[in-house]
Design a protein around this ligand. Structure first.
Ligand SMILES: *Cc1c(COP(=O)(O)O)cnc(C)c1O
Length: 341
């Protein structure tokens, strides 16, 4: 099976496993795991922030970040296709009393106009006031889209002027960094809180880091406890993430090239299904065909892709597939999508 469902499916490489096995560890609830501390400090520095918190998942980081910025009964604004709105199971509302209101961005790209139209920091006693805005870079369901730096700067200024918080769901910020050459800190400094994942394109088995001010991170560490998120000798996991920082960032360019090759192979037989491919995610429009049927037909021929909407398929390239496999998979999916119905 050529598995393009997600870049989360990667397994740790033998060298990463060796680094994990050799990790120095301690009890992190006591703050005594040196490998976790090293990862938190390094990630914070990389993103231009004071402190970091290593968490089990990106969803947990997002949940904590939003809880830091949004008090119960106030709202978070985000794109309608944002992971926080579509893939975190309503946790922000259920656990922290957060209202979410969304704008409809094109392929997930946010402009100041989208935000300004909804932003209402002081909505009065009968309406929900805006406490924070969340952006996603790259944008997952938008098709791995990169938020233009100018947009990010404008939204950041807008939020600061309005006195509302700004969170970056940067699960795949690494991909935006590699595709554009923009330093991670240039992105990071525009936001109050940033989530990055090591379990996606970077190929670590588990883990994400939330970065913010030292004060915010101290609070997030306490808020993580009621989520069952305090952990012990998890330096074993942090070592995989540190290994990924050293060895798996620059190679994301290979995933981007493989994604373009996949899309070109699909387009040979089904040109209308494909949009442009900025990073490692290819979103395909199945037109009138149910995406689930196309995914099932592809799976029967050894290619796994995700059905993410009624007529939306997603393929994601990663460390565990070669460019040749991606071309082969693209030909299979293109043949299915290009065949007469
Ligand atoms: C994967 C992902 C996350 C976090 O996912 P977890 O499975 O909880 O680690 C958050 N945001 C985006 C955009 C993602 O793609």
């Amino acid at each position: 099976m050529i598995d393009l469902r997600s870049d989360t499916v990667t397994g740790p490489t033998p060298a990463m496993r060796a680094a994990m096995a050799a990790a120095e560890v301690g009890d992190d609830v006591y703050g005594e795991d040196p490998t976790i501390r090293a990862l938190e400090e390094r990630t914070a520095r990389l993103l231009g922030h004071e402190a970091g918190l290593f968490c089990a998942t990106g969803s947990q980081c997002n949940l904590l970040a939003v809880a830091l910025l949004v008090q119960p009964g106030t709202e978070l604004l985000c794109d309608a296709q944002a992971h926080v709105a579509r893939a975190e199971m309503g946790a922000h509302a259920a656990l922290h009393g957060v209202s979410v209101r969304t704008w409809d961005g094109r392929a997930g790209v946010a402009t100041t106009a989208h935000v300004a139209r909804l932003l209402q920091p002081d909505a009065g006693p009968f309406l929900v006031s805006t406490a924070a805005v969340a952006l996603e870079n790259t944008h997952n369901f938008g098709g791995g889209t990169i938020q233009p730096l100018e947009h990010l700067r404008e939204v950041s200024a807008l939020c600061r002027d309005a006195g509302v918080g700004l969170h970056l769901d940067g699960a795949r910020l690494w991909n935006a960094h590699v595709a554009t050459g923009t330093p991670m800190a240039t992105f990071g400094q525009l936001f109050d809180t940033v989530t990055v994942c090591f379990s996606k394109g970077l190929g670590a088995p588990v883990g994400s880091v939330l970065v913010a001010s030292a004060e915010h991170i101290a609070r997030a560490r306490v808020l993580r406890k009621p989520l069952g998120g305090g952990w012990r000798q998890a330096g074993i996991l942090a070592a995989g993430a540190l290994y990924a920082l050293d060895h798996h960032v620059d190679r994301l360019a290979d995933d981007h090239a493989a994604a373009r090759a996949f899309a070109a192979a699909v387009a040979e037989q089904a040109p209308h299904a494909v949009a442009n491919v900025p990073t490692n995610i290819v979103v395909l429009d199945t037109a009138t065909r149910p995406a689930r049927d196309v995914a099932a037909a592809a799976a029967a021929r050894g290619v796994a892709v995700s059905a993410l909407g009624v007529h939306v398929l997603r393929a994601v390239t990663h460390l565990d597939v070669t460019r040749e496999q991606c071309v082969e998979a693209g030909a299979v999916v293109g043949e299915i999508l290009g065949a007469p119905e």
